[in-house]
Design a protein around this ligand. Structure first.
Ligand code: ADP
Ligand code: MG
Ligand code: ZN
Length: 442
């Protein structure tokens, strides 16, 4: 079984081995097919393969739900390059192509293996006859729901159309269902399983704790010169003093465009070539900055959170937050771009009380605006506020940073073993808190 699975992995996808034990376990569970499967693994971990490989080994068609046509197009192009029969039905498809696909789907033995569609399309009346036909002829192998956090109102990217997928799943009795997402807190995970009406669900979740990441928090207002401080941190993280050949690189996240420009300017002035990246730049310039950083020509990119989605760079040695992240979940995701290669990497937040007030104000303003528009309050409004409070507590609490993150996501307490400032030197953390308390009472 295992050898033939490895063989299939090589034949269809050209990979010599699974990315991880977890990826292999998921694929095996999906192929067994007796239970629904929930997968929560970080971006870049290779979630797609968890349904693509089983799809190739199964009779019939795997239906893949994905939220965006652009995401779908990337995947379909990639699969076609591998000679895997995959396609998508969407509103942008020329009528001729659509007819060809439909004819294949209605035939007694379709050639297609993977059919990608948006949740809107699944729900649309034009698609129903096709879906019913596949169903009644038992030609559906699996239902895969990608970016499954979109189904949860607690998630950061809720899409109402995803809610209808529960009905779809209920209609497809006997078709194993697979839900995939990157980092979702426990409550979102439970919400996904429930909303999608999944059965006897087996969960595969990458542990939150990553021991190669060192977390610390610096109170910016206590520093005589914050830029010099940041500069020293970067020099150490990139080992610039020890004659490192500059293999590593890093990200500084700022809340505003001005912030990005200022920090990039200051770092460059202090001797580390850094460039700003934000929505205020022309898209060509943005691409260029990103490429220079990807190629290691620019060591430090100073960016708003618009940077990083889909970026999968192995040797990010540090992620610094010049301003507080808007939630602990997003902080975990953003800081988690460090150390993908498993080597020691540093994640630092520069906390400031002023930031906290400002962001708090902005979040409440945004929630208020949404409520005014809607005319009512919602559970998810509270989530924005409590998620930010969790971020603040992460900075202000005397305790292990890894522990705070793991508990937030519903994981057990990890064995930090000195991989955060509190565990490596609690006295320093306490002293910093005490000085901040003095400062704020003045
Ligand atoms: P995710 O959806 O978890 O973010 P993807 O499915 O997009 O991740 O995969 C990320 C990258 O990893 C892709 O380039 C994919 O081809 C690659 N990949 C997946 N599985 C393996 C594997 N077993 N060996 C090597 N590369 C893999
Ligand atoms: Mg993915
Ligand atoms: Zn710790």
């Amino acid at each position: 079984m295992t050898t033939s699975l490895k063989q299939a992995l090589k034949t269809h996808f050209g990979f010599d081995s699974f990315r991880s034990k977890l990826q292999e376990d998921v694929v095996k569970a999906v192929i067994r097919g007796d239970r629904d499967v929930f997968v929560c693994m970080p971006t870049g971990a290779g979630k797609s393969l968890c349904y693509q490989l089983p799809a190739m080994l199964a009779e019939g068609i795997t239906l893949v739900i994905s939220p965006l046509i652009a995401l779908i197009q990337d995947q379909v192009d990639h699969l076609r390059d591998l000679n895997i029969p995959a396609c998508s039905i969407n509103s942008k498809l020329p009528a001729g192509e659509r007819r060809l696909i439909m004819a294949d789907l209605e035939s007694s033995s379709p050639k297609l293996k993977l059919l990608y569609i948006t949740p809107e399309m699944v729900a649309s009346p034009t698609f129903q006859p096709c879906l019913n036909g596949l169903c009644s002829r038992s030609q559906l192998a699996y239902l895969a729901v990608d970016e499954a956090h979109c189904v949860s109102q607690w998630g950061h990217d809720f899409r109402p159309d995803y809610l209808k997928l529960g009905e779809l799943r209920a209609r497809l009795q006997g078709v194993p269902c697979l839900a995939l997402t990157a980092t979702a807190p426990k409550n979102v995970q439970e919400d996904i399983v429930q909303s999608l009406k999944m059965n006897l669900t087996l969960s595969f979740v990458t542990p939150v704790f990553r021991k190669n990441l060192h977390y610390d928090v610096i109170f910016r207002e206590l520093l005589p010169n914050p830029y010099v401080h940041l500069h020293a941190f970067i020099k150490k993280a990139l080992a610039l003093d020890s004659g490192s050949n500059g293999q590593g690189c890093g990200i500084v996240y700022c809340r505003t465009r001005d912030g990005c420009e200022t920090v990039a300017y200051q770092l460059t002035k202090l001797g580390i070539l850094s460039k700003a990246y934000h929505a205020g730049l022309k898209s060509g310039d943005r691409t260029e900055v990103q490429n220079e950083w990807m190629q290691g020509k620019v060591l430090v990119i100073v960016a708003t959170i618009s940077f990083g989605m889909g970026v999968d760079k192995a040797n990010v040695r540090f992620v610094a937050h010049w301003n507080l992240a808007k939630s602990l979940a997003s902080y975990y995701q953003e800081s988690g771009r460090a150390g993908r290669d498993g080597l020691p990497s540093a994640c630092r937040t520069y906390y400031s009380a002023k930031d906290k007030e400002q962001i708090n104000f902005l979040i409440r303003q945004e929630v208020g605006r949404k409520q005014a528009k809607r005319g009512s309050a919602k559970e998810s409004d509270k989530a924005a506020i409590t998620d930010f409070e969790a971020m603040v507590l992460f900075c202000e609490k005397e305790g292990c940073r890894h522990d705070t993150i793991s508990k937030f996501f519903g994981d057990q307490s990890p064995n930090c073993a000195g991989a955060c400032d509190f565990c490596s030197n609690p006295k320093v953390v306490r002293a910093q808190l005490a000085r901040a308390a003095v400062l704020s009472s003045n």
